[in-house]
Design a binder for this molecule. Structure first.
Ligand code: SF4
Length: 476
């Protein structure tokens, strides 16, 4: 059987502000995970439109398309094209799960929620010539998953080919997040067996890993055992976690010891009223600066996520947020215009209040204002968002933030990471065009090497019997 798996490009990937590097970071892991359920004799072609031109001249027996909100229209056009040719087309992903009725006319079958259970069920039905129109699985487990078909990934086209996901979902319930809508009807947070996760890590070449899990520290026991198993593997890794998990217990120290060097943290807003509006309870009454200091003391760089446009935001929010990020030496910031994705509680609330101003999904890219704002005008919000990016990544602020670290090595890493990420676009474009992106990995690994943070130095001076942070100093 000929099978084609397609990730259509997000609409913003064609905008004049498109940064090719931003869309050449991670391979389509979800599709490679589904491919693992196909038979050895199946002929599989996995195409990611972010890094290659789609070949639409073929006629596969089965076409699998992953749909996000801003590639939805493109995904539907591709689906219609292949159906007209006689291929069997299935659609799945976040947007299909949010709006199944919209997606269904473009597909022979649609998938709602995660596909690890339903895709093998579909394949059985398809081979028996009796596929269903809709697949939904309330069963959620990651045990006995076949090994991801990483051989289908064109590694040299990605900066971070070693992306990995060892959990699904998140234990929290923020109103603006897709998570609850995607996992509705079953467990919304579950983890792999630690041994399976370690086996997957073992299959990945080189040192660098990027955990794409929504919340790598979400299950303390799992994360603790995972980090224990990773100790001594000489890996460096990046991931995401919440403020409360950074402040609780000593999990973050274990992560650092296992090789965590940079963390994506959802600060989102400093306003308690905004946090309540978003049901982001895990951030309420948490000391953001304490979390930042704890990470810095461990030599972990921070990618802070911030949302603009919540109802308590006024015109000062942009300056306050940028200044806080610089003052607290946040390495990189990701700013978002609040976006009410369909299927989320935020969308339902805004719809009830008549605040949704457009349903053009191409604009739901967290850069456009698609709802009626409260204290800010849509223009102020958009301008403030653009200003925040320009200001935070000005050379002046990159230098100011870098020199706030204690260790010279941390200063240099901060400077190279933030500057390299935002200031060398022509170089990134050249590397992408010449298919050499993957050759930058050793440099990334060097930048992510260990820093002797304050906390590590304190621990070095304590008696040898201290149980944690027996760190390999060779990288420092
Ligand atoms: S903590 Fe992050 S992943 Fe979890 S529900 Fe909130 S926004 Fe979503």
């Amino acid at each position: 059987m000929k099978v084609k798996l397609i990730l259509p490009a997000l609409t913003e990937a064609e905008s004049p502000f498109w940064r090719p590097i931003k869309y050449s970071l991670f391979p389509p892991l979800g599709l490679a995970t589904l491919a693992a359920f196909l038979e050895e004799e199946d002929e599989i072609d996995l195409q990611d439109q972010h890094v290659e031109t789609l070949d639409l001249t073929d006629k596969p027996d089965l076409v699998v398309i992953q749909v996000y909100i801003t590639n939805a229209y493109r995904a539907y056009r591709i689906a219609d094209h292949y159906r007209a040719k006689g291929s069997y087309v299935i659609l799945g992903g976040l947007h299909v799960t949010s709006l199944p009725e919209e997606a269904a006319p473009h597909a022979d079958s649609i998938f709602i929620g995660p596909g690890e259970e339903t895709f093998p069920m579909f394949l059985k039905d398809f081979r028996a010539k009796s596929p269903k129109k809709r697949y939904f699985s309330p069963v959620r487990t990651l045990s006995k998953l076949p090994a991801i078909r990483r051989d289908l990934i064109k590694r040299n086209r990605y900066l971070v080919p070693n992306s990995i996901v060892v959990t699904r979902g998140c234990p929290h319930h923020c109103d603006f997040c897709y998570k609850d809508a995607f996992f509705e009807g079953g467990k919304s947070f579950y983890v792999q067996l630690v041994d399976d996760a370690l086996a997957e890590i073992d299959r990945l070449p080189g040192r660098h890993l990027y955990f794409l899990d929504d919340h790598l520290l979400g299950n303390t026991r799992f994360a603790s055992e995972l980090f224990e198993g990773m100790k001594g593997l000489n890996r460096v890794f990046q991931g995401a976690a919440t403020i409360d998990s950074i402040l609780r217990g000593n999990l973050i120290e274990k992560a650092a010891e296992a090789g965590l060097r940079s963390l994506f943290v959802g600060f989102e807003t400093f306003s308690p009223q905004n946090l309540r509006q978003s049901n982001k309870k895990q951030n309420l009454k948490k000391d953001y600066e304490e979390a930042v200091n704890r990470l810095h003391a461990l030599g972990i760089m921070i990618n802070g996520s911030f949302v603009f446009g919540l109802d308590d935001d006024d015109t000062d929010v942009f300056k306050r947020t940028v200044e806080w990020g610089v003052e607290n030496a946040i390495t990189t910031s990701t700013y978002h215009v609040l976006t009410p994705y369909p299927g989320t509680r935020l969308y339902q609330d805004m719809e009830k209040q008549g605040r949704i101003t457009t349903r053009n999904w191409d604009l739901y890219d967290t850069r456009h204002v698609v709802y009626k704002t409260a204290k800010l005008t849509p223009e102020q919000l958009k301008e403030g968002y653009d200003w925040a990016y320009r200001e935070f990544y000005s050379w002046r602020n990159i230098v100011r933030a870098s020199i706030r670290h204690d260790a010279p090595k941390h200063m240099l890493k901060h400077f190279l990471y933030a500057g390299g990420w935002k200031k060398f676009e022509p170089l990134w474009n050249f590397l992408i065009k010449s298919r050499n992106l993957n050759n930058m990995l050793p440099l990334l690994e060097a930048i992510l090497s260990r820093v002797s943070g304050k906390k590590e130095k304190e621990l070095e001076n304590q008696p040898a019997s201290r149980p944690i942070l027996t760190l390999d100093r060779s990288e420092g």
